[in-house]
Design a protein around this ligand. Structure first.
Ligand SMILES: Nc1ncnc2c1ncn2[C@@H]1O[C@H](COP(=O)(O)OP(=O)(O)O)[C@@H](O)[C@H]1O
Ligand SMILES: [Mg+2]
Length: 262
């Protein structure tokens, strides 16, 4: 049944890093995770539990010490175009304007940017509320706007898989809510398989189909929580009684995961 084939498949991943003091660090231990097509999954867990490591494994930036990572059923051996990534910081090139930042990878790869791609870049700018900023340099934008540019850039290829590593963590609370809702709109409009790293229970609940709760080092999957809140979600979702109830349940689970560990 092809519909059941996991798009992202992590099988018994253990990840060990060498460290300066000679003691290897086990960042992940026996992590298995299976994501279906167009599923939105959040990774929630304390700093250092291996969330970014999971994204880097999926992106093909590192190879697992043990276990297997498969994308579309194939082992991951290198970074691929079907995967977009948004980091915690905007990582824009300061000497290029917004539009050129968005199309940079394409220009770098093919030596030019087709009209069609430039039109799409402008459309993404409009979608992220930056229509009038195409010719501004990054330093002329606020942190939130720069992060929107990063998100627009990650969407230019319309990747099947989008990996987001605490993309809103540097933003103030109001911008953060706004960005979450914007991301929901984008995902509703052009569904993709998403892995979203966050420290925020509310953000994870608002966005996700499932939340993967991770335990502290070595990172393991402590629980996988289904989020049956109806879609499309909106600001009103945040005030639903079911939302508050789930947030409370997850907080209890986080608490017990941490105290078990201590
Ligand atoms: N390249 C690396 N070399 C050595 N240690 C690393 C490396 N990358 C990550 N680690 C360690 O692995 C653990 C998990 O890191 P990370 O995935 O960044 O955690 P998180 O994103 O959950 O905060 C941390 O202890 C970190 O110090
Ligand atoms: Mg991280």
């Amino acid at each position: 049944m092809p519909a059941m084939l996991p798009i992202i498949d992590l099988n018994a991943i253990t990840q060990t890093f060498a460290s300066c003091d000679g003691c290897p660090v086990t960042a992940l231990q026996e992590v298995s995770l299976h994501l279906c097509r167009h599923e939105f999954v959040s990774l929630l867990g304390p700093s250092g539990c291996g969330k970014s490591t999971i994204l880097r494994l999926i992106a093909g930036l590192i190879r697992p010490t043990e276990g297997q990572v498969r994308i579309f059923g194939q082992p991951v051996t290198e970074p691929r175009d079907e995967i977009g990534m948004v980091f915690q910081k905007p990582t824009l090139l300061p000497w290029l304007n917004v539009l050129d930042n968005i199309t940079f990878a394409m220009r770098h790869k093919y030596g030019h940017v087709e009209k069609r791609e430039e039109a799409r870049a402008r459309q993404l700018l409009a979608m992220t509320g930056l229509k009038d900023f195409a010719h501004k340099r990054p330093h002329e934008l606020s942190g939130g706007m720069q992060q929107r540019v990063s998100i627009a850039r990650s969407l230019l290829h319309d990747p099947d898989i989008l990996l987001m590593d605490e993309p809103f963590s540097a933003l103030d609370a109001l911008t953060r809510d706004e960005m979450s809702l914007e991301l929901l709109r984008i995902w509703d409009e052009r569904p993709k398989t998403m892995v979203f790293v966050t420290h925020s229970i509310q953000e994870a609940l608002l966005l996700s189909d499932r939340i993967v709760l991770m335990s502290a080092r070595p990172g393991r999957v402590a629980a996988i929580i289904d989020v049956p809140l109806p879609r499309p979600r909106s600001l009103a979702t945040l005030t639903a009684p079911a939302f508050a109830h789930m947030a409370y349940e997850i907080r209890l689970k986080v608490f017990s995961t941490h105290s078990n560990h201590a």
